[in-house]
Design a binder for this molecule. Sequence first.
Ligand code: ADP
Length: 347
Amino acid sequence: MSQGEQKNETRAVEGDVQIGEERFDRLFRPERLKDFIGQQRHKENLGVYVKAAKKRKEPLDHILLCGPPGLGKTTLGHILAKEMGVQMHMTSGPAIDHKGALTGLMTRMSRGDVLFIDEIHRLSAPVEEALYPAMEDFRVDVMTGEGAYADSISVDIQPFTLVGATTRAGLLTKPLHERFGATLRLDFYPTDDLAKIVLRSAKLLEVPCDPAGALSLAGRSRGTPRVANRLLRRVRDFADVQGDGTITSEIVQVTCDRLEVDERGLDEMDRRLLKVIIEHYGGGPVGVETLAAALAEPRDTLEDVYEPYLLQQGFIGRTPRGRIANQIAYEHLGMRYEPKHKQPGLF
Ligand code: ADP
């Protein structure tokens, strides 16, 4: 989990600890492809790949999953392993800190197993290079001897499936990207799909939830299942204390007001980001480094966690000279639209 993702864990839910988050992630995680909601095209394609691999009695081809945190990359990794009837081994780019660690992992896997590498764009160059022969020929180099007698021998490993996950596909090197048989880019979820996810999760929590409540919660979840599930837990608290335990649109409204999540799903941090661009930099363009410094946030967090949804919803734009705030950002904040920059295409 990247620094950005960790940061994301605490948004809008003060005091939520990571352990709790992981427990709920597991509880809510669908186990089979048929239970994975939305992302229809990807789901159908994955279904075909699984069927074909099983028919040929071969491991699944290596698959790269891209997209912002919380959209279901890890969930899909688990599902693929389950559908193939194999074991899933989980690690992350930064956790494999030297070639030996990779070799250790590889030699422990059984035929067809899934190796899930989160944040795969953060692999070090030597580890990444060691991964190439493993992915292509199912071979790894093992060091023998020490000092002047050090040598390496090539060892066969069991054919396996690498499922790589990344929030930043653009940072992947070309040789690594090319070694994946398929790349799936997960999109933010439409509100209807998120509402289905909310209803499913509410059922798992054994909380009554009316359809209007689910829809209103979904609309404030930034197109992200993890955000929807987290918000659901907070709404459940308010439903228990201030209502009769049922999740309704009124209770969602009360909870979101208290958490300062607005009707577009933006929280205090999102609004601060828009305000900084508008008030301090005349609507932009402002470079991402400058913006990160102004917000006292790491650049990675800004780019991985905050920006994708604001970009996708059109609140901000990316130009060669930096980020700009678009008209809807001004309107959303109730400010007059008079930017320093000219909107592309308007003039
Ligand atoms: P990522 O790895 O992309 O950060 P996860 O796979 O950990 O995201 O998903 C975050 C949470 O959202 C998990 O609890 C998961 O069960 C839930 N989730 C994600 N996608 C879906 C989906 N399509 N249907 C149902 N639940 C989902």
